[in-house]
Design a protein around this ligand. Structure first.
Ligand code: PHE
Length: 341
């Protein structure tokens, strides 16, 4: 019996506890209820009565050594320096690095911004929560214009003393803000999210992105507008795109046009995406309406300007062959991982 105790004592002394795992193994082997120390204690009753107190003492000492060892290890592992050295456990599998990447919408927006930046445009932003006044009135929307209808606009508060508040339906209110805050010449682009209360489908969503441009200076003409858009389209969609300007209407521009590029998927031959027409609509544009300039304190006799506004998401869908616009807004990592940096 003494021999068994002695050899267990040596074993315990030699046991090296280097980390929490060792500690657990130690406890499990020696000090738990069914451990080896307990096993020796249970043999005590078969020991001759006269030798029992002596052996009992030896056993108690053994138990004490083991407990002290556990206590010391516990203290060491919970001190800050110990925890640091613990942090490197070479037996653990390696940790994989995940690198983020740009969302495809931001990628395309980035390219667009770059192109206009090189042409001398600076970037202006404004709030997504807008005043009805900036989103509609200042932009020369008549009070009964259908775009103000509840169908299209998410109103946030109505009957506010400071004016109704809504989620902007286009980036044009940023133009208003820029014109109110700056004297011409003005040359800005306004990228951002816009909101419309439309039926949601694979082709349209309640949120999307626009990039708007505004240029105001002396003697700005429609020819300047065309040249700028042409230069942009060649850089964005390829050097052999052709452009088509169709007369159109916006309350805030006069004259107004919608711009098509030759379908860059079929090269203008006609395909499913361009509905066999060979053309894709990319933006609305026009010369800034004199009323808008006056509303913003700019004299339309001295200054003239153009504005254009384009949707960003459709270009993203076509470029990356994504067939559902909702995928751009769901933040599903399985989708995003397909666009590594
Ligand atoms: N704001 C218009 C829209 O959302 C686009 C546009 C901007 C048209 C600037 C002309 C000039 O439809």
């Amino acid at each position: 019996m003494e021999e068994a105790i002695l050899s267990l004592q040596q074993e315990i002394n030699a046991f090296e506890i280097r980390n929490a795992r060792d500690l657990e193994a130690f406890r499990h082997a020696y000090t738990v209820r069914k451990g080896r120390i307990a096993a020796l204690f249970s043999q005590l009753k078969s020991v001759e009565a006269s030798r029992r107190p002596g052996i009992g003492q030896l056993l108690n000492a053994l138990k004490l050594t083991a407990d002290e060892k556990i206590e010391a290890a516990n203290a060491a592992f919970s001190s800050p320096t110990a925890r640091k050295s613990q942090a490197i456990d070479l037996t653990l599998p390696g940790r994989r690095e995940f690198s983020g990447s740009e969302h495809p919408v931001q990628k395309v927006l980035g390219e667009m911004k770059q192109i206009f930046h090189a042409m001398g445009f600076s970037i202006a932003t404004g709030p997504e929560l807008e005043l009805d006044r900036n989103n509609f009135d200042m932009l020369n929307f008549p009070p009964d214009h259908p775009a103000r209808d509840m169908q299209d606009t998410f109103f946030v508060t109505r009957g506010n003393p400071g004016g109704d508040v809504l989620l902007r339906t286009h980036t044009s209110p940023v133009q208003v803000r820029v014109m109110l805050d700056n004297k011409p010449p003005i040359r800005v682009i306004c990228p951002g999210k816009v909101y419309r209360n439309e039926a949601i489908s694979s082709r349209s969503y309640c949120v999307f992105h626009q990039l708007e441009g505004l240029y105001i200076d002396k003697n700005v003409s429609f020819a300047d507008l065309k040249a700028t858009i042409f230069s942009f389209a060649r850089q964005m969609f390829g050097t052999d795109v052709k452009l088509r300007f169709r007369p159109s209407f916006f309350p805030f521009t006069e004259p107004s046009a919608e711009v098509d590029v030759t379908c860059y998927l079929c090269g203008g031959k006609g395909c499913r995406v361009c509905k066999k027409s060979g053309w894709l609509e990319i933006m609305g544009c026009g010369m800034v309406h004199p009323n808008v300039m006056r509303n913003c304190g700019i004299d339309p006799e001295t200054w003239s300007g153009y504005a254009f506004g384009m949707g960003v998401d459709r270009t993203v869908l076509l470029r990356y062959k994504i067939d559902d616009i909702r995928l751009l807004f769901e933040n599903d990592a399985r989708m995003l991982r397909q666009f590594p940096a």
